[in-house]
Design a protein around this ligand. Structure first.
Ligand SMILES: Cc1cc2nc3c(=O)[nH]c(=O)nc-3n(C[C@H](O)[C@H](O)[C@H](O)COP(=O)(O)OP(=O)(O)OC[C@H]3O[C@@H](n4cnc5c(N)ncnc54)[C@H](O)[C@@H]3O)c2cc1C
Length: 485
């Protein structure tokens, strides 16, 4: 389908607003709210019959810090300088960091927490110190990334960044979206559901002037006097796009998102002259905790070699498993630390009273696993991991038979995957063309753009929702401030 319609060819508009926001998830709701608060007349359209998107499905953990600490961090006795937060995030994404975006975020992340509280999201003043992706205790602050792990603990002081709605467990998205929808409605944003944006309307000067949407089989022409904001999520549900951009994950992925993650906003933005960047990167989560005791085990590849410190966050593990030249990867563990929680039903490929037996039954190269385990045990007994620097908290010799080796091959696990590529935009949401110039009238935010999280090895729970809500707000403010066409 051609995703552009010429403005000069449009005969009438069915609807008109200053700002038209496409996609009512976290980014779209925040963009619409801020645009309305800035005085714009806002129309928010959504292809589903209700608001939410992946944001509502999520735990809505948000990765925040800096500025001396968020209110929650400070009240729980943690402080963090903006430089420390910057150093941590810079270490996550390295050369692929969008510097302007990162600076904007770290300078304002603590205030964004206040904005979320003012929205009506309740956070409990409790710190969860355990090793879990989402605290199941009702507490609102926890470590959700690699803050305590090597090499990140060498560049930034470890501070817990995960902010989770109170008593929500995995249902934080319901709480956040309920608060957001209430404020959006109160503010007087017009919403229209069951409406899928399909094409941008662009005039001969290149300015985006509106959209063409489809509603119950009918085309609707919608004019945007100041701007269109694309917030339609990522593209993990678009198989043609995932085959093209993340082919090696395509076959193994459990597609993690809502059915609307078809990349519509990215495709429309590209058709208007925008650039899609970072398209080969995705979150790949390999669950290996809780229980924390599994972290005492060691991951080995098909050569029987370790390749990572096991105390890392699950997306970093996913990245490094994916990077192994042979897809066969195993967790080696002894009877003292063995557990097999219901949600990690990995295949146990070998069990034995000696490491040699396990090695032979799994078909690993002779003596490879035995040498790996012997070397590991020798140092673990002293609380050391000279190869990968696992935290001493999870170092203990694996010497209690029987031993087990379970498969962590991605094609067996089917790990959750969602995309991290999208339109190239300024921090304030302007979609950029191939010369790096903004396309007049076109803005985007959320997983429709390449945001703060740029790869799996640096990802931490909370980075996506923090990014989509904060930068969604900025895109809405920017679009509302544009001069009308
Ligand atoms: C189960 C789960 C748990 C997660 N947990 C976390 C977490 O705790 N913390 C975290 O940071 N991240 C988490 N994530 C990731 C995070 O939720 C998403 O990356 C983020 O919410 C995306 O926000 P968004 O606003 O860009 O998109 P969405 O919230 O998906 O909103 C996009 C909206 O656009 C609509 N849409 C799509 N196409 C069109 C169209 N053409 N026209 C109109 N509307 C359209 C969709 O229906 C959708 O409602 C989780 C993801 C999942 C699936």
């Amino acid at each position: 389908m051609k995703r552009i319609v010429r403005y000069e060819d449009v005969r009438h508009f069915d609807l008109t607003a200053d700002v038209v926001v496409c996609g009512y998830g976290g980014a779209g709701g925040c963009a619409a709210l801020e645009a309305r608060r800035a005085g714009a007349e806002v129309l928010l359209i959504e292809q589903a019959s209700g608001a939410g998107g992946s944001t509502m499905m999520s735990a809505c953990e948000m990765f925040l810090g800096g500025g001396g600490g968020t209110r929650l961090q400070r009240e729980l006795g943690f402080t963090e300088t903006t430089d420390n937060f910057y150093a941590y995030l810079k270490a996550c994404f390295g050369d692929n960091t969008d510097e302007a975006r990162l600076r904007q975020f770290v300078d304002n992340a603590a205030a964004h927490f206040d904005w979320m509280e003012a929205l009506g999201v309740v956070y409990k003043r409790g710190f969860y110190a355990g090793r879990d992706v989402v605290a199941m205790t009702g507490d609102s602050l926890q470590y959700t990334g690699n803050e305590q792990s090597y090499p990140f603990n060498t560049v930034a002081a470890a501070v817990p960044h995960g902010h989770l709605p109170a008593d929500a467990n995995h249902e934080g998205g319901l709480r956040v979206m309920a608060a957001l929808v209430a404020r959006v409605t109160e503010a007087g944003v017009r919403t229209q559901f069951d409406t899928r944006a399909q094409q941008l309307i662009q005039d001969d000067s290149g300015r985006v002037r509106g959209i063409v949407a489809r509603r119950f089989g009918e085309r609707q022409f919608i004019e945007a006097r100041r701007g269109v904001v694309l917030t339609t999520g990522g593209f993990i549900m678009n198989e043609a796009m995932t085959r093209r951009h993340i082919p090696s994950l395509d076959a193994v992925a459990l597609r993690h998102g809502n059915p609307g993650d078809r990349g519509d906003g990215i495709l429309m933005g590209v058709a208007a002259g925008g650039q899609a960047i970072n398209m080969g990167e995705a979150f790949v989560g390999v669950a290996h905790y809780p229980p924390a005791q599994l972290t005492y085990g060691i991951f080995v590849n098909a050569a029987g070699q370790r390749f990572i410190n096991e105390d890392i966050y699950l997306a970093r593990l996913g990245h490094y498993i994916h990077a192994q030249p042979d897809p066969r990867v195993y967790l080696f563990i002894d009877n003292r630390f063995f557990d097999r929680p219901a949600y990690i039903q990995t295949e146990i490929v070998a069990v034995g009273d000696t490491v040699a037996e396990v090695e032979r039954d799994a078909g690993l190269p002779p003596r490879a696993l035995q040498q790996t385990v012997a070397f590991y045990n020798e140092h673990a007994a002293r609380g050391e991991d000279p190869l990968f620097h696992k935290s001493p908290d999870y170092l203990a010799p694996l010497t209690t038979p029987p031993y087990a080796l379970s498969s962590y091959r991605l094609s067996d696990l089917k790990p959750p995957v969602f995309t991290l590529g999208g339109l190239d935009v300024r921090p304030t949401g302007e979609v950029l063309d191939s010369d790096g110039d903004p396309i007049a009238g076109l803005y985007a935010a959320g997983r429709t753009v390449a945001g703060i999280p740029r790869n799996s090895q640096g990802y931490a729970s909370g980075m996506s929702v923090a990014d989509v809500t904060y930068f969604g707000r900025l895109a809405g403010i920017q679009a509302a401030a544009a001069a009308p066409a």
